[in-house]
Design a protein. Structure first.
Length: 283
């Protein structure tokens, strides 16, 4: 599921990070794509793909594993049987709890991904003299400068994004599946309703938490150039110097990516899960 998500959405994610971090450099999504292609070539859209793959595979593995555990915790809290189907709201709460655990594996890999994606802009703006162009060089730079804890720059803003965001993510997904199922079992849904449900869930997540993600990207990228203020400090600085709209820079590529990538994520997740369950049942 995580692999399908990255392969589908990486170019749009790259545009998102560039526009969030350096909004003055780009007039919009088309301008960002054209300039990136002219300056770096097609490979520029897939900068940070390796850490993005590691991030998404790690995050979604932990997320969906913990989602199952958290569903059981919610069942205990509300006092129902282990096999009772949860409501859409209860599933949303379970997804929100699960995201807190996923954040711990996501933050370090996302920091490396964001820095690789915005490295060219950091050099152009003069914030750094020489950039690191490989995953290993970025990792080595973080360790040398800040030590192992440096990988958790932006942890608080990542948590602020993930916990409420995944409430809307799983809530939107389950609500959409309920709509398409129309009284039938959700497990009987075909690929198109699953794609649309996943896309709807992803769109709900990003609409709800986009300004928080914008602050997170700035903290993780700009901390390369020196000490960066925390979440509230960065948030206040952006609003005061650039205005509220700066917090929504890169929203368009994010929404395109959210629908496509999360549709692919849930489609791959549901079908791989069914395949694994068939293998288990055959034993």
């Amino acid at each position: 599921g995580g692999t399908a998500c990255v392969v589908t959405g990486q170019p749009f994610d790259t545009a998102k990070v560039k526009m969030q971090t350096f909004p003055d450099m780009y007039k919009g999504i088309v301008d960002c794509f054209v300039k990136t292609y002219k300056q770096v070539g097609f490979r520029g859209f897939y900068k940070g793909t390796t850490p993005a793959l590691v991030a998404n595979i790690a995050e979604n593995s932990v997320l969906f594993m913990c989602y199952g555990f958290c569903q059981q915790i919610v069942r205990r809290i509300v006092g129902v049987d282990r096999k009772t189907k949860l409501s859409d709201l209860q599933n949303a709460a379970a997804g929100s709890f699960a995201s807190a655990f996923a954040t711990l594996v996501l933050c370090p890999t996302e920091l490396v991904k964001c820095r690789l994606q915005a490295m060219h802009e950091m050099q152009l703006s003069g914030k750094i003299i020489q950039g690191h162009n490989t995953v290993w060089s970025v990792v080595k730079g973080v360790i040398q400068k800040d030590g192992p804890l440096g990988f958790y720059r932006g942890l608080s803003s990542t948590l602020l994004r993930e916990v409420p965001g995944y409430f809307f993510f799983f809530g939107g997904y389950e609500l959409s599946r309920t709509f398409f199922a129309s009284g039938r079992s959700k497990d009987e849904l075909g690929p198109v309703p699953l794609l649309l449900s996943g896309g709807f869930g992803g769109s709900c997540l990003w609409i709800a938490v986009y300004p928080v993600d914008c602050v997170k990207s700035r903290i993780q990228v700009l901390s390369m150039a020196g000490k960066q203020a925390g979440f509230m400090g960065t948030f206040v600085t952006v609003v005061r110097t650039e205005g509220v709209l700066a917090l929504y820079s890169g929203l368009k590529p994010t929404m395109i990516r959210a629908f496509l990538a999360n549709g692919a994520l849930f489609l791959a997740y549901e079908y791989s899960r069914k395949l694994m369950m068939k293998q288990i049942d055959s034993y």
